[in-house]
Write a protein that binds this ligand. Structure first.
Ligand SMILES: [Zn+2]
Length: 279
């Protein structure tokens, strides 16, 4: 799934091309694409797009009377749409502007999870679904991180992926940040102190900056295989820091990848649910 760097670079590209364009219509091609009833998208008709921002993994189209929050999920993209065909492949919704091409929200596959939410103008970005998000991961200070880590004792890998604790990170960056911070992905957040909170903040900033630099060299969003990684999707390969073989713990929805030498003092991790069979 695209994470903070990919979504930010996508938003920046859209801002450069579409800021100032006047919206004439928002067309839900699939009726499930628009997730809110109020405010109506019509409120923005006739208004220029002020900017394209980001909050967590959401792209935000800013108009004076309504903001559109768009979640791409796994396979969603916002594509420049010159043709505006009646039944575009994977088409979910279309933003039509007074001049120039439209923007088409597409989603590959059949899950239909990408969507658009209209936010009321009076609540800024503090309206559902954005109101439950933690602070954006790249804005958190070491002091704030220490406080966030202490709220609930859980594995750091789960904490990093939980949009309610900090927003914008997913499976890939959680793996990369733990490796960069030399922390076990299973380290419990309640046991981490001020030094580790600082290390995590630094690892987040470096990892996000690296992802952004890579993504900004491109004209369109990368596929997951093209994104920089030291451990993510590299099970069995040598760690780029110490050359130890990268190990992984598999879950149904994701893989925790790590370097035993850099992160766990040589210990091989096992999932709680299966470790009892390994005794
Ligand atoms: Zn290593």
């Amino acid at each position: 799934m695209p994470e903070l760097p990919e979504v930010q670079a996508h938003a920046d590209r859209l801002a450069a091309e579409f800021t100032g364009r006047v919206l004439t219509r928002f067309v839900p091609i699939k009726f499930t694409a628009l997730r809110t009833a109020v405010p109506a998208p019509d409120a923005a008709y006739g208004q220029p797009l002020l900017d394209v921002g980001r909050r967590g993994k959401y792209i935000v189209f800013e108009f004076e009377s309504v903001q559109f929050a768009i979640h791409l999920m796994q396979g969603g993209r916002l594509l420049v749409d010159d043709k505006q065909s009646a039944k575009p492949r994977g088409g979910q919704a279309r933003f039509v502007f007074a001049e120039g091409p439209a923007l088409l929200l597409t989603e590959a596959g059949t899950e239909r999870r990408a969507g658009v939410w209209c936010l009321p103008p009076d609540r800024g970005l503090d309206a559902p679904p954005l109101d439950v998000l933690g602070p954006d991961a790249d804005t958190v200070s070491p002091e704030q991180m220490l406080e966030l880590l202490g709220r609930k004792n859980q594995r750091i890998h789960g904490f990093l992926r939980d949009q309610r604790s900090i927003a914008g990170l997913g499976r890939r960056l959680a793996n990369e940040i733990c490796h960069r911070a030399r922390l076990s992905p299973f380290a419990m957040t309640g046991k981490l102190g001020a030094d580790q909170a600082s290390t995590i903040v630094e690892a987040i900033r470096d990892t996000v900056a690296e992802g952004l630099a890579s993504e900004r060299e491109r004209d369109s969003m990368s596929s997951s295989k093209e994104r920089p990684s030291a451990v993510h999707s590299r099970t069995g390969e040598p760690c780029p820091v110490c050359e130890t073989e990268i190990r992984a713990v598999e879950y149904s929805g994701y893989t925790v990848a790590y370097c035993p030498t850099c992160q766990t003092g040589g210990k091989v991790l096992a999932d709680n649910t299966t470790s009892k069979f390994l005794k």
